[in-house]
Structure formats: structure tokens, C-alpha cells
Design a protein around this ligand. Sequence first.
Ligand code: PRP
Ligand code: URA
Ligand code: MG
Length: 217
Amino acid sequence: MTLQLRIYVPPHPLIKHWLTVARDANTPNSLFRVAMAELGRWLAYEAVRDWLPTIETTVETPLAATSAVVIDPQVPVAVVPILRAGLALLEGAQGVLPTATIYHLGIVRDECTLMPSCYLNRFPQQFAPQTRVLISEPMLATGGSIMTAMTELTERGVNPALVRIISVVSAPPALQKLSAHFPAVQVYAATIDEMVNEQGFIVPGLGDAGDRAFGTA
Ligand SMILES: O=P(O)(O)OC[C@H]1O[C@H](OP(=O)(O)OP(=O)(O)O)[C@H](O)[C@@H]1O
Ligand SMILES: O=c1cc[nH]c(=O)[nH]1
Ligand SMILES: [Mg+2]
């Protein structure tokens, strides 16, 4: 698979551990939610490393003045959870970006056709220039849902080069679509799995992330 976009699989023991917990079919819903929140935290931590704008300042310690760095409060930072399953990652991601604005986007796939439809969009008409957007989407499968999200964002002025996606399991069809249409986007994933089966599930994957997070299976 030759891809234009950059995809990172951070070699972090906590990410590997919580991915295993999330994959395990015997993990109860309550622990699955914990695993997703932890994955959201650590993937967001990795994703914002060279993405959050900072400014130089000075700070007075109890002993002396010294040079310092803070997050630039002028640059807008947004998190976009793709409902429902993206909410499970959001919990941890919000711990990393507590002041980010949250714009919910509800997308569901038709179980037969696998086509996505958008049932909730809380985006502004136009995003402010330079807005950084972190998308919380645990499963990148056929790519229909993430393509819908990217289209809605870029139509409202978001620069794809300022978009990062945190995803637990990503699969080749979604990565290929993103790469072809939004090559400037960067993806931070716990794993890249082999394939998507005829029912639209990633294999080996972790099953239906939304159902497992919210107990609707
Ligand atoms: O890449 P795709 O083939 O579009 O699949 C990925 C989407 O599938 C799941 O959503 P689902 O439709 O199950 O909704 P849910 O999160 O409410 O369960 C998942 O949460 C992703 O949003
Ligand atoms: O395996 C998959 C694919 C899409 N959505 C899920 O929740 N799981
Ligand atoms: Mg689902």
C-alpha cells in the first residue's frame, strides 16, 4: 500500500496494552470504555506533539525570572468526535486538550450498503482561519464516515494540513481514500489491521466500537 498521507502507530506500551484490552471479545463494556478513554488520552498526547502552537514568554519562579513556553491561547483548537464511538475516545482526548472546543458530528453507516449518513452536525458555518482540528474516530474501515467528516470540515474552511485523526484501528480502504483525497492529514492509530470483511468489519479489529462502548450489542 503506497500512501501519501502520514500515519503513525506510536510504539508505546500503554497504547499496545489498552488496544489488547479493547480487542478482547471477553472484555466487558465497562472495561472497554476505560480502554477507549485511555487510548484517546495517549493517542491525543502523541498527535498534538508538533501540532499545538506555542509561544515564548517569561515566568517568575520563586527565585528568578526565566524564559518559558506556553500554548498559544490565540490559535483555535477543536476536537470533533464522530458519534457514537468517537465519544469513547473523546473522554481521554479532552484530558489532553481541556480548553479545546468540541464540535459533535453524528454519522451512522447503513448496515446493508455501508453508506454513511450524517444525522447531527454541530459545526460552525465557517471555522476560524488556522483552526487545529483533532478528529476522534476509533474505526477507519471502508472510509465512508471519515470522508464525510473531512468533506464537512473542509467545506467550512478547515485546512486539511491542520487536521489530525486519532483512531484505534485503521484499515487499508479508509487510509487509501484519505490519502487520495486529503494527503495532508495525519493519522495517529493504535494499529493498522489487514482488511475489511464483506460486512464492513475490520479484521481482526475489535468488533462494533459503538455497540461495545455503549452496551447496545
Ligand atoms: O469507515 P467506515 O466504514 O465508515 O466505518 C467506520 C464507522 O463505523 C462505526 O460507526 P457506526 O456506523 O457503527 O456508528 P456508531 O459509532 O454509532 O456505532 C465507527 O464508529 C465509525 O464511525
Ligand atoms: O470493525 C468495525 C468497522 C466499522 N465500525 C466498527 O465499529 N467496527
Ligand atoms: Mg457502530
